[in-house]
Design a protein around this ligand. Sequence first.
Ligand code: SAM
Ligand code: SF4
Length: 320
Amino acid sequence: MLRISVTDRCNLRCGYCMPASGVSFQPKEDLLTPEDLARISGFAYRLGVRHFKITGGEPTVRGDLIEIIQRIRAFGSADLSMTSNGLQMPRLAGPLKEAGIDRVTLSVDSLQPDRYRDITGGGRFDLFERGLDATAEVFGTVKLNVVVMRGVNDDEVADFAGLARDRDWTVRFIEFMPLGSSVLADGDPDQFLVTADEVTAAIESVHGPLTPVDAAVDPGVGPARLLAMPGGRGRIGLIHAMSRPFCETCNRLRLTSSGILRSCLFDGGEVDLLPILRDESHDSELASDKAFFEAFTRCTAMKPDVHASRGGRAMSSIGG
Ligand code: SAM
Ligand code: SF4
């Protein structure tokens, strides 16, 4: 699976994701172009990668997003999904599907408008709801990502799970990860961690016992443990990167929007692909494929056995 961050910019400022102060973005001219992204994805496809996820930052802030997706879609029948905060989906859901996106995951950490605004640094919940409706209508279903944070939104776990009881949606609960500097990661980040076991207990106390579901039935399930509620239509996903790291089965590489291939969200090593992209002596696909192959192999070898307990770079700059 290759996660492709197309920008480190965002139209929201979630307190757990963006730096607490002094947010600085990379200059626009340093962003990979649609052609760069197509070259790297095309190589990954030839290498055998069949799952691609477009992410950021917020991918919908890129004006050329549709062109990027069309170019990536053009080289084959891989699974192509996108993660977004959803605010631009009323405008973009249709064009994204037409361009070739198979599935969309939307992030939302509260169903209470005031709390949603506080968590996102000013976001409007009514705009999120419109984006959610548009996404569900165009794509038929939707996945929701919820970062559970103690004392912030952990009292809403059962409410979120309820969304997957009545609809054919997947609600994925993510453990908070201390990455880079953020309002939550600075200081004592452990106080915000709500483990997947605690999430399970909170759901079961309201909705009844959860039962495991074969992950193979759900495309692009990634590292989530999938569960079903009694009589529920949708699915519950648990992403327990902190309480039970899944590094030994992790097959992800992450590409930042400036061309750095990362082996891990936390402190694994990275390889800069820009020199390969800008090397004019690579006059054929074969020549650059050789260099990409060496870079991908080197990066994969840097994957840690078990990730560190903290990461140096914020999620928005790596591509969550
Ligand atoms: N802007 C898009 C969005 O919010 O979905 C895509 C990028 S965002 C970085 C991808 C996912 O990472 C979101 O679901 C977000 O909630 C999650 N995320 C960001 N920082 C995180 C952290 N420190 N711990 C756990 N999840 C985090
Ligand atoms: Fe933006 Fe997504 Fe990070 Fe929130 S989680 S600040 S929406 S990139």
